[in-house]
Design a protein around this ligand. Structure first.
Ligand SMILES: [Zn+2]
Ligand SMILES: [Zn+2]
Length: 125
């Protein structure tokens, strides 16, 4: 899995997929498991989060043009670009910003240290 946005993938992402033909389209079911690594948006410490997706997608080449899924270009004629599809699904499942914890105090604007006791600057709250 290539890196994208602010995320890296330290381990291979496990993908288990079953693809079935449904009428003129394809039905895709499976799971994606892995770990995504990024940085806390506030203190820049490394953060890892587990990744688990349940997939249940349908692709219909005939209706593809009006289907929002048709716009993501994963279906090229009869061929499904699975890697690209997985990438897009992971992308939409990941949070926009990461934080090491919900109440991460972030970095001190004055000394640049984490505001968890390491920083001794007086801070008006
Ligand atoms: Zn943090
Ligand atoms: Zn400080």
């Amino acid at each position: 899995m290539p890196d994208f946005a602010d995320f890296r993938f330290p381990l291979p992402v496990d993908v288990a997929l079953r693809i079935r033909r449904m009428g003129g389209g394809l039905e895709l079911k499976g799971t994606v498991d892995g770990r995504a690594a990024g940085e806390c948006g506030r203190c820049l410490e490394p953060v890892e989060l587990p990744l688990h997706l349940e997939l249940a997608e349908r692709f219909d080449p005939v209706l593809g043009r009006d289907d929002p899924l048709g716009q993501n270009n994963v279906l090229h004629g009869d061929e499904l670009d699975v890697a690209d599809l997985i990438r897009q699904l992971i992308d939409s499942a990941l949070p926009l910003t990461l934080a090491c914890s919900e109440n991460c105090p972030g970095l001190c604007p004055e000394c640049g240290r984490k505001r968890d006791g390491t920083c001794r600057c007086p801070h008006p709250e």
